[in-house]
Design a protein around this ligand. Structure first.
Ligand SMILES: N[C@@H](CCC(=O)N[C@@H](CS)C(=O)NCC(=O)O)C(=O)O
Length: 264
């Protein structure tokens, strides 16, 4: 084996982080990405490598060791491919970057809780909780990078961590009609998000793919789980998302069938 292998799910935000980091380094082909179908039980050979855990991405080093957790894998790739560093070198700047990275968990949890919600009465509260997370990010950026676009001069480590989630949150636009309000409270974070989403190193997935693949999340079923009455998850690799119609936007109404989703 001559290069590291990453076992991944192409639409997974944690996996996309790795692709973004490698794209920033100009090294996308230095890692062998192998696709795993999340709608099927994990193959035995993979479970042997992971000692039973199922979450992806998983990296296998060139000499056969296994590394788990996207942020740990990100640091490993940064360390083995040091020529074009993405992480900040200055200790204080790295600390600032890491403080921002630590805010990602609450941010994504709020958006995922909202997209998976099935009770229309909770929509307002979930919207408020999500907006609170945007406001926290705005406040952080105003403190540490008031005039800039990215946290520091260029798209970097924190951007590689967050951008996959900014992209996934297009499911909130589609299924929950969420638009970040135009007021000054969110101006700094909006500038950040728009620049992150437009960056050439972060174009591995599209809104169309996210909206189609995450339909089952919008109906309350995550991680390739099967909804009642359905034979296929919207996370399936076959048929390919490009061949399917756009799903119905009204997630609180009718539950689309496999046929309506182009999965039959
Ligand atoms: N903390 C993990 C989270 C990874 C994760 O949740 N991956 C999802 C796909 S987006 C997954 O593999 N879910 C299926 C499972 O956990 O079995 C990381 O950062 O790598």
């Amino acid at each position: 084996m001559t290069q590291p292998i990453v076992y991944h799910i192409p639409v997974c935000p944690f996996c996309q982080r790795l692709e973004i980091l490698l794209a920033l380094k100009g090294l996308r082909d230095a890692v062998d990405f192998r696709v795993i179908d999340i709608t099927q039980p994990r193959p035995e050979w993979l479970l042997r490598k992971t000692r039973g855990t199922t979450a992806l991405p998983v990296l296998e080093t060139a000499d056969g060791h296994v590394v788990k957790e996207s942020l740990v894998i990100l640091q490993y790739l940064e360390d083995i491919f040091p020529a074009r560093p993405v992480a900040q070198r200055d200790p204080y700047r790295r600390a600032v970057e890491n403080m921002l990275v630590r805010m990602e968990g609450d941010f994504s949890a709020a958006g995922y809780a909202w997209v998976m919600n099935q009770d229309p009465a909770r929509r307002g509260a979930l919207r408020e909780a999500t907006l609170k997370q945007y406001a926290r990010l705005d406040d952080f950026l105003v403190e540490h990078s008031p005039a800039g676009t990215f946290l520091f001069g260029d798209f970097g480590w924190a951007e590689a961590v967050f951008t996959p989630f900014f992209m996934r949150f297009r499911f909130l636009e589609y299924y929950e009609e969420f638009v970040l309000p135009g007021d000054a409270r969110y101006a700094r974070v909006r500038r950040w998000i728009e620049s992150c989403l437009a960056h050439p190193a972060a174009q591995q997935v599209t809104t169309e793919e996210i909206v189609k693949v995450y339909y089952d999340y919008a109906k309350g079923a995550g991680n390739g789980a099967l909804l009642p009455g359905r034979a296929k998850s919207s996370f399936t690799l076959d048929p390919d998302w490009r061949k399917r119609p756009w799903p119905p936007r009204d997630k609180y109404g009718h539950a689309a069938t496999d046929a309506e989703l182009g999965l039959a």
